[in-house]
Design a binder for this molecule. Structure first.
Ligand code: F6P
Length: 531
């Protein structure tokens, strides 16, 4: 097992200084000139692997800049960091855990407990799918409700939506928010006798999930006997004791492990709803696609390594151009939940201001990630990317082939995707335009990721690509990407606030017992809520 992560301040490297100099010298260069200077740029600034083609030529990046970014990757010992993660070292140091999500999809070297769990998932989803597993009155399951939040919701929900083309007859629903109105909307019209609830919580202590699960349990028991729980509730968790206390039959409890982070867990039994929705074979194919990306990531030289290159491009804008956000625009409506999914992965991982030495950083770390599907986004926020005052690097993701053979639509989808990246780069440069309102300055950076077809395998690869990209960025920024202490304080304070909301006592500024440390603004808001 290789040791822990290196702890190198990136700004102290020679490459960082070289990049600062290059930025000063080249910041006014235009992309058009970069193409003129290098007729082979489109090819030289691209890389591919089975089914994936990344064109990162439309960036404000000269060959010298790329060279220095690659030197930076070496100076922060990225190779060593990757080896540490893949060897099972405890690189999530602040929680004392290994980071093993890639092991969940490595069929050649799969830990026994993972293989056994996958076998159980296969058997269960096959029985539910073919109707052998029945509800308490003997009817087959027709509806599945995934109850979880964060990583226990976003991944399964996003993938089920993305793979809708491959779905079987089961209707999937997702309950995540503790918003009771939404819960009731999701329960509306559910056939109690034919519904399976999958309660997903790594910790089984998450307020939202446990509240929803209890309310669903009560709703269910108002229409079915207690013994029916065994036919209608499954769970996924590391906390088997709490699951047992909830009353879920141990046959329908699927384990996960503390070496799998919530936001990287869809590859584990957290993906049970995915496997139910698209069948086990497609689920396995998703895992195999991710593994292919893992192999590319661990085995390919950095100058051809897709996640590494995407990370370096992003670092260049974040740390030298001062770009605060980056936009992701998939040209596929199937990926309508992809950005929300990535927001947790990327921002929960890299939103950190303390480095791996425990020091406060004096440079920017995690980017703000946002976006939505094209072409819809073109009719919404693209105006700001084209003519606004902010630099917003964007990833355009497109699939070469569509799934239903609507070629006319597909041609238009792809035409829009390519046209936008061209417009963002070239603007109206060279054209004589009278009205300043009609001028496009261009020089807006984009990556284009062209994927052959939206299959479970390619989706797995795409997700893994962004997982590795965020890890590389975290390594460069010298932060711990795999913890998430920043979510704790709000959770803790919510307990106090809830206590006050539920208490019949009024809030009095002078009465500290009834006002356990709330600031004046919160106190006033609470007063109005309780009034
Ligand atoms: O609050 C953040 C978080 O801890 C995420 O990291 C996690 O995915 C989510 O809550 C849900 O946690 P659990 O699966 O333990 O319910």
């Amino acid at each position: 097992m290789s040791g822990t992560l290196p702890k190198i301040n990136p700004t102290q490297t020679a490459a960082w200084s070289a990049l600062e100099d290059l930025f000063e010298a080249q910041k006014d260069w235009s992309m058009a000139d970069l193409f003129l200077n290098d007729p082979g740029r489109a090819k030289n600034f691209s890389t591919e692997l089975d089914g994936f083609y990344l064109d990162y030529s439309k960036n404000l990046m000269s060959p010298e800049v790329r060279t220095q970014l690659l030197v930076l990757a070496d100076e922060v010992q990225l190779k060593k960091a990757i080896e540490a993660q893949f060897s099972g070292a405890l690189i999530n140091e602040t929680e004392g855990r290994a980071v093993g999500h890639a092991q969940l999809r490595n069929f050649e070297q799969m830990p026994d407990e993972v293989a056994q769990t996958l076998a159980r998932i296969k058997s269960f989803v096959t029985q539910v799918g073919n109707g052998d597993f029945k509800g308490h009155t003997g009817l087959p399951i027709t509806h599945v409700v995934n109850v979880g939040i964060g990583g226990s919701d976003l991944g399964p929900d996003m993938v089920c939506e993305a793979l809708a083309h491959y779905q079987n007859h089961l209707e999937l629903r997702f309950v995540s928010n503790v918003d009771g109105d939404h819960l009731h909307e999701q329960l509306k019209g559910l056939p109690v006798e034919q519904t399976l609830f999958v309660i997903v919580s790594k910790t089984f202590t998450t307020q939202e999930t446990l509240t929803n699960a209890q309310t669903i349990r009560g709703w269910f028991l108002s229409q079915a006997p207690e013994s029916a729980i065994a036919n209608h509730f499954a769970a996924v968790s590391t906390n088997l004791e709490a699951v047992g206390a909830f009353g879920i039959d141990s046959n329908l409890v699927f384990p996960m492990w503390d070496w799998v982070g919530g936001r990287f867990s869809l590859w584990s039994a957290v993906g049970l709803s995915i496997a139910l929705s698209v069948g086990y074979d497609h689920f396995e194919d998703l895992l195999r696609g991710a593994h292919a990306m893992d192999q590319h990531f661990t085995e390919t030289d950095f100058d051809q390594n897709m996640p590494v290159l995407m990370a370096l491009v992003s670092v260049w804008y974040n740390n030298f151009y001062g770009a605060e956000s980056e936009c992701i625009v998939p040209y596929s409506q199937y990926l309508s939940k992809f950005v929300a999914y990535l927001q947790q992965g990327i921002m929960e991982s890299n939103g950190k201001y303390v480095d791996r030495n425990g020091d406060v950083v004096n440079y920017q770390t995690g980017t703000v990630v946002w976006g939505s599907t094209g072409t819809n986004a073109q009719h919404a926020f693209f105006q700001l990317i084209h003519q606004g005052t902010k630099l917003i690097p964007a990833d355009f993701i497109a699939f070469k082939a569509c799934l239903y053979g609507e070629q006319d639509h597909q041609n238009k989808l792809l035409a829009n995707c390519l046209a936008q990246t061209q417009a963002l780069m070239s603007g109206t440069r060279g054209q004589d335009i009278e009205s300043p309102y009609r001028v496009f300055t261009g020089n807006k950076p984009t990556n284009t990721l062209l994927i052959d077809r939206l299959t479970p395998n390619r989706l797995g690869g795409l997700i893994a690509l962004y997982e590795h990209k965020l890890f590389v960025q975290g390594v460069i920024w010298n932060i711990f990407s795999y913890d998430q202490w920043g979510v704790e304080l709000g959770k803790k304070l919510a307990v106090n606030v809830l206590g006050s909301i539920e208490s019949s006592d009024g809030l009095d500024d002078s009465n500290q017992a009834n006002n356990p440390g709330f600031d004046p603004s919160t106190t006033e808001l609470l007063r109005r809520i309780k009034r």
